[in-house]
Design a protein around this ligand. Structure first.
Ligand code: XMP
Length: 356
């Protein structure tokens, strides 16, 4: 994050220390594919596929290494972004040669989350139910007599650090309970395959490109496992979900276009000036506004847009006023139930990227 920081490090390593640049992502793909295949042998593998970059890269790697020996389970908790479940299904049924299962768990989640307001409790409920749904599928698969030996996971290095977990020797303190680290039910024992556990996000994207994943997946933003439940403050219900999803669709449309313009100008994605992650947050308050001659009493939308490369630290994006203005005017004009737009201008730390 220092000005010319990358260049200073590069000069030090390659000019001062005279290291050689002999590391390539292509070699890595070959090695990782071979390692995956060798580890698995003839055994069956299951993967929790969220449609995000991490699990998609593992799916692509698995498809390359073992094809239909791997089953990808997509648990739809009804808390995904607008249009997303359809997109995920399309990509992993039409473009990739894996066994894809879409679990429709929307109603079960809505019931479990009704009235729950505490963020960690929401996360726990969603995480616990997620693995219930997932393990039910695994059990169902095994009814054909062939056991599922391996569980492939898209865990990346920051997940491990931030969960204060195993590989750091428990030294990092728990900031949020990420769902990626699994609570195995009693008696269930898969061996884990976590090919990305030493990767930062930007490296995962590079690996995805080398594996031939389409750009819209590779540059897809990270999305929390608990989904929109942690971008909707307070209890989640259908009305709030709809407002959040509609506002979020506008945020993404406008900032996708903004990033595309930057890409055309600079020829670079994820440059220091483009936006790395952006979404709408729905706080649990209402405020007074005026529409025509009428008083309104509706919800504000909070825009969160950050620059980052690995989510460990982040800064709020210095978006041009006209981009902010367009997002604001579109949201209040197009999203029923929203009458105000605010911009979150806090870096991480001290804030986190998500609100819960
Ligand atoms: P925070 O809010 O901790 O987020 O600054 C860092 C990055 O992680 C994403 N995130 C999650 N990803 N499961 C995930 O897979 C989760 O529970 C989760 N919570 C946050 C967040 O979107 C950001 O990119």
């Amino acid at each position: 994050h220092t000005e010319f920081g990358q260049q200073i490090l590069s000069n030090f390593l390659f000019n001062v220390c005279k290291l050689e640049k002999n590391w390539s992502m292509d070699n890595l793909v070959e090695t990782m594919t071979a390692e995956f295949r060798e580890k698995v042998g003839e055994d069956r593998v299951i993967l929790a596929l969220s449609g995000g970059v991490d699990s998609s890269v593992v799916a692509a790697l698995g498809a390359r290494a073992i094809g239909k020996q791997m089953t990808c389970v997509f648990v739809n908790h009804g808390l995904l972004r607008k249009g997303e479940p359809e997109q995920v299904e399309e990509v992993f049924t039409k473009q990739f040669d894996v066994d894809f299962i879409h679990v429709h768990a929307e109603d079960r989640y809505a019931e479990l989350l009704a009235g729950v307001t505490e963020p960690e409790q929401k996360r726990r409920i969603i995480g616990t139910q997620f693995w219930k749904e997932f393990f039910a599928v695994a059990q169902q698969l095994e009814t054909d007599g062939k056991p599922v030996k391996y569980l492939a996971q898209g865990t990346i290095y920051p997940d491990i650090i931030e969960s204060g977990a195993r590989k750091t020797g428990g030294k990092a303190s728990t900031i949020k309970s990420h769902h990626n680290l699994i609570p195995f039910p009693d008696g269930v024992s898969f061996d884990l395959i976590e090919p990305l556990d030493h990767f930062f996000k930007d490296e995962v994207r590079e690996l995805g490109l080398a594996l031939g994943l389409p750009a819209h997946i590779v540059y897809r933003q990270p999305f929390p496992g608990p989904g929109l439940a942690i971008r909707i403050i307070g209890a989640v219900n259908k009305e709030k979900l709809e407002i959040q999803q509609n506002a979020d669709a506008i945020v993404r449309e406008e900032l996708d276009a903004y990033n595309e313009r930057l890409f055309e100008e600079t020829g670079e994605r994820n440059s220091e000036h483009s936006c790395w992650q952006y979404f709408a947050v729905l706080p649990d308050i209402k405020s007074v506004g005026v529409m025509g001659d009428e008083r309104t009493y509706q919800r504000p939308i909070i825009l969160r847009a950050v620059e980052s490369s690995d989510a460990m630290t982040a800064d709020w994006a210095k978006l041009p006023y006209e981009v902010l203005g367009k997002i604001s005017s579109r949201i209040v004009a197009e999203v029923p139930g929203a009458n105000r737009v605010c911009y979150d201008i806090t870096p991480k730390p001290p804030s986190t990227i998500e609100w819960e």
